[in-house]
Write a protein that binds this ligand. Structure first.
Ligand code: PDD
Length: 283
């Protein structure tokens, strides 16, 4: 028996339910969710779940696709249509489909999907016998070296940078720059040394970063791979970021402090030109 699920205003058989591949929940983890339990066909603690949903939406500045106060009735209808006596209702709100961009879409079309899961919640082997737990380091999210689609933090950072009049965000941890919202961060000191953070779990191992370091070496430029602070970056001669989509992108101001007279610096421009030349040769 196929379940009936809810997708953006329609109750449909689960096989017919679709969400765009451009949905920001899919591309950026730009989505929030709730799980409410069904007991005796009724939703448990659902007012509190709706309050938390409102808070999550507000924290992400995500518009609700329908008024949150209207959602419980939709959940109840879904429970009734699926004849759930015991189980769960899963609901997810995303910022919806938009052209892929870390900055929020100007005109978001948020999406709401919901489905039920029928299961015994009252009495299970676990509730009868108890669980054995294993302790692990809390790594949420300390594995930035893995290129996952868990991009919500970067999306929020870039959005805030834009709201504050910038073009991009450089992210800082313990006073040191980690990387850009979707790029690796570099500075060039006044004595011409190129500095970028060393590879670790704290940053993405950028392909463009690697190639730029190879170019720098081939050009006989001095390179240091180490963390740098915001203050050191503000005092640098030049700065730039690297990514597949931006190649070598000049940075001319950091938190309002102008670098290299507010124009792309000479070494940055040289690295960019050389990168594009090499890209043409090797693509
Ligand atoms: N982003 N750091 C982060 C957090 C990134 O998301 C990216 C790439 C990079 C640069 O990696 P590469 O040089 O391999 O592109 C560094 C891509 C371009 C994006 O999400 O659009």
């Amino acid at each position: 028996m196929s379940r009936t699920v809810y997708v953006n205003g329609a109750f449909v058989p689960e096989a017919e339910a679709t969400v765009s591949i451009f949905d920001r929940g899919f591309l950026f983890a730009d989505a929030v969710y709730e799980v409410s339990t069904v007991l005796d066909g009724k939703l448990v603690d659902n007012i509190a779940h709706m309050e938390r949903l409102k808070r999550s939406l507000a924290e992400l500045k995500m518009p609700a696709p329908v008024p949150v106060d209207d959602i419980p009735a939709l959940m109840e209808e879904l429970v009734a249509r699926n004849g759930v006596d015991q189980g769960l209702v899963y609901l997810q709100v995303s910022r919806g489909a938009a052209e892929r961009d870390f900055v929020f879409p100007a005109d978001p079309k948020p999406s709401l999907v919901m489905f039920t899961q029928t299961k015994n919640v009252e009495s299970t082997p676990a509730s009868e016998n108890g669980l054995r737990v294993v302790t692990l380091d809390d790594t949420r999210w300390a594995r930035r070296d893995i290129k996952t689609t868990q991009l919500l933090a970067q999306s929020l950072a870039k959005q805030e940078a834009v709201e504050r009049g910038g073009d991009d965000a450089w992210m800082v941890e313990d006073g040191y720059v980690t990387e850009g919202s979707s790029n690796n961060a570099f500075i060039i000191t006044t004595d011409g040394t190129i500095i970028t953070r060393q590879l670790s779990n704290s940053i993405l191992h950028g392909i463009t970063r690697r190639v730029v370091l190879e170019i720098a070496e081939a050009e006989g430029l001095s390179v240091e791979q180490r963390p740098f602070t915001v203050e050191e970056a503000q005092g640098a001669a030049e700065a730039f970021s690297t990514s597949a989509s931006g190649f070598v992108m000049p940075v001319v101001a950091i938190d309002g402090k102008t670098l290299s007279q507010g124009v792309p610096g000479p070494t940055t421009r040289k690295l960019r030109a050389r990168y594009i030349e090499l890209a043409r040769e090797t693509a």
